[in-house]
Design a protein around this ligand. Structure first.
Ligand code: SF4
Length: 618
């Protein structure tokens, strides 16, 4: 395989995507008893290698003597064409082993528009695409990640789906497999796996539909498997595996830096945000653990930037102490500390000012909506005054590049709310011109970016109708027409991609045939402008007799049974329904870090009670 590959590499763009051998990549000897796991990411190397979850699980699995975990990414189309022409199957980066020879192949589902890449990768690997066609010699295909919380559209392609955080489940699965490996029988292994909390084996469940297409019932059809799949979450992040090194690629990747995970969960309760609901409860790492993790990563990777990564990093209780530690120890060595988008308050600006001594990059704010009414509907809990006083402070301190993130198409949105986005862009610009500070930056750029709201499973907006492509296009046109200043850059998302994302985000098992048909027509890399082909998708829906509007254009009744209702993710449907009603009334729900809002998590699992912080701790 190696020699055949070497002949192809000079012919493709970015050969380092396919060579492996990076610093800290793992080489192991393989023997009869080795469990071989191929960690797949359904996008190109540069995107996949930026993903923190893959880094954690790759190192964690390789920490076990009996497992060898390798990696595989989606080959870009130039490489895929050559591989198909030369009959080279999809192979792992570490040992160039055909993916079909592994015991397990895992894929993380980060984005609905990567589903066709998974089918394409299975096909390129020579692995049967539908789980029902696999046999004793086929690898076990596992899916996990945020989109797995509604696994139904891809259920027919999976042998197992992990619901929740992967660390403990994967360890238990490996333990189980080692007891089955010598006398392996696919069905008995899957039956035993289905009893591990957090493991869903789709072939043991059956969906039945009403005449109108909605779900009638969803039942376990195999004895001794649970009726409800309960998510897994790690209770103590200080005592869970975290890598002390990361593989360092030879080429520039999307997030080319070390990533330090501060906490999991987010308790702000933004109603549009799936991550904020499915990753509950809040679990922070201690300051001591983070200092140790940061030191090890900086030492082993040689990266010049360490990014503080979490859903809402500025909410970390010990952030000032952590940033002080990192700056004192590493600023002289020119190691920068990166922050993702900021919560809008002056504390954030002061922290940004402190840590950007090494390198001053732009500031990103996410007000999400243009009017206070709309921000209250989505429970954003920030005001226009917060934003304006923060940008004013940022301009005073010398920033000139400010990014503002918004969503359009939110439930109850009117053109007045859309207009609020343009107005806010101009108010930020006005603030720059009012700035008298000596440090004022000579260059100003305000980037306004809108994404189109896609209702997701397990959020208070899981019942709502999604805006049509035409409605979103009209709102985007309005913003283009009303933000013509050269100092404001406006960028937006393709509404057709958001529409399809919406179909699969709340889809059911009937969509498997559409996905398969779209893949057969050549759909792949659907998130990239270069490859997205909406016409082919429409053909696939038509040929399979499925109306995509059924999934997006329908306001659901409060008692509708959803395809994902068999998953118990901790936050109850009743809580989500209550939040939906509060949204319609424009009522806010507080930050549950300080006062429990009874989302259901405290009753979810024995031995778990959320820690409620006092405000003086922050
Ligand atoms: S149980 Fe209470 S504190 Fe815990 S995540 Fe839910 S609302 Fe927040």
């Amino acid at each position: 395989m190696k020699e055949r590959l070497e002949k192809l590499l000079p012919l493709v763009e970015t050969p380092a995507r396919y060579t492996g051998n990076e610093v800290n990549s793992i080489k192991k000897s393989i023997n009869e008893g080795t469990i071989r796991f191929c960690m797949g990411f359904p996008d190109v190397y540069e995107v996949g290698m930026s993903h923190l979850g893959i880094k954690i699980l790759y190192s964690m699995l390789n920490d076990r003597e009996d497992v060898y975990c390798e990696r595989v990414f989606a080959p870009w189309t130039d490489m895929e064409d050559l591989m198909r022409e030369n009959e080279i199957p999809l192979f792992s980066l570490e040992t160039q082993t055909p993916v079909s020879e592994f015991d397990f192949v895992g894929f993380t589902l980060q984005y609905e528009m990567s589903y066709t890449n998974i089918l394409n990768m299975l096909d390129l690997a020579g692995v049967q695409i539908f789980a029902k066609d696999r046999d004793e010699r086929s690898p076990l295909i596992i899916f996990g990640g945020p989109c797995a919380y509604n696994p139904e559209p891809i259920a027919e392609f999976a042998d197992m789906v992990i619901i929740g955080e992967g660390e403990e489940v994967l360890s238990e699965l490996m333990d189980l497999y080692s007891t089955h490996k010598n006398n392996y029988n696919r069905k008995s292994f899957l039956k035993a796996a289905a009893r591990i909390q957090g493991v869903y084996v789709p072939e043991f469940y059956k969906a039945e539909y009403n005449d109108d297409g909605t779900l009638k019932r969803f039942d376990a059809v195999e004895a001794e498997v649970p009726e409800m799949i309960k998510k897994r979450f790690v209770k103590d992040l200080d005592n869970i595996y975290y890598p002390d090194n990361f593989v360092v690629p030879y080429i520039e990747i999307v997030h080319d830096r070390s990533l330090l995970e501060l906490f999991r969960g987010c308790t702000r309760g933004c109603r549009f945000c799936q991550a904020g609901m499915i990753y509950r409860p809040l679990r922070e790492k201690s300051l001591e653990t983070l200092k140790k993790d940061a030191d090890a990563l900086i030492e082993s990777t040689g990266y010049e930037e360490i990014s503080l990564s979490s859903l809402s990093t500025m909410d970390y209780t010990c952030l000032p102490e952590l940033t002080d530690y990192l700056m004192e120890k590493y600023a002289e060595k020119r190691i920068a500390v990166g922050l993702p988008s900021l919560r809008i308050d002056s504390f954030s600006i002061q922290t940004a000012e402190k840590i950007q001594q090494v390198r001053k990059t732009g500031l990103t704010f996410a007000p999400e909506a243009g009017t206070q009414r709309m921000r209250d509907v989505i429970n954003k809990g920030v005001t226009e005054e917060d934003l304006i006083s923060s940008v004013s402070e940022a301009f005073d301190l010398g920033w000139g590049h400010v990014k503002l993130y918004f969503m359009i198409g939110l439930p109850t949105e009117t053109m007045e709310d859309v207009d609020g986005i343009a107005k806010l862009g101009y108010k930020v610009l006005d603030k720059y011109f009012e700035t008298k500070s000596e440090k004022k930056n000579k260059k100003i750029k305000v980037v306004v970016s809108t994404s189109s709201f896609v209702p997701k499973a397990f959020t208070p907006f899981q019942w709502v109708r999604q805006d049509t492509i035409e409605e979103i296009t009209e709102k985007q046109r309005y913003l283009i027409d009303n933000m013509r200043s050269k100092m404001i850059n406006y960028s937006w998302h393709d509404p057709k991609v958001s529409y399809l994302e919406g179909v699969f985000a709340r889809g059911d098992r009937k969509l498997a045939k559409v996905l398969y048909s779209a893949f057969k027509k050549g759909c792949k890399f659907d998130g990239s402008k270069e490859h997205f082909n909406y016409e082919k998708w429409l053909e696939a829906f038509k040929e399979e007799g499925i109306d995509p509007d059924f999934y997006t254009a329908r306001e659901r009744s409060v008692d509708e049974l959803f395809p994902w209702d068999f998953i118990d993710m901790g936050v109850t449907k009743a809580f989500l329904a209550k939040e939906y009603q509060k949204a319609l009334q424009g009522k806010l729900t507080g930050f549950c870090k300080f006062k429990c809002e009874n989302c259901g998590f405290n009753e979810f699992e024995e031995g778990w009670k959320c820690h409620v912080y006092s405000k003086s701790q922050v």
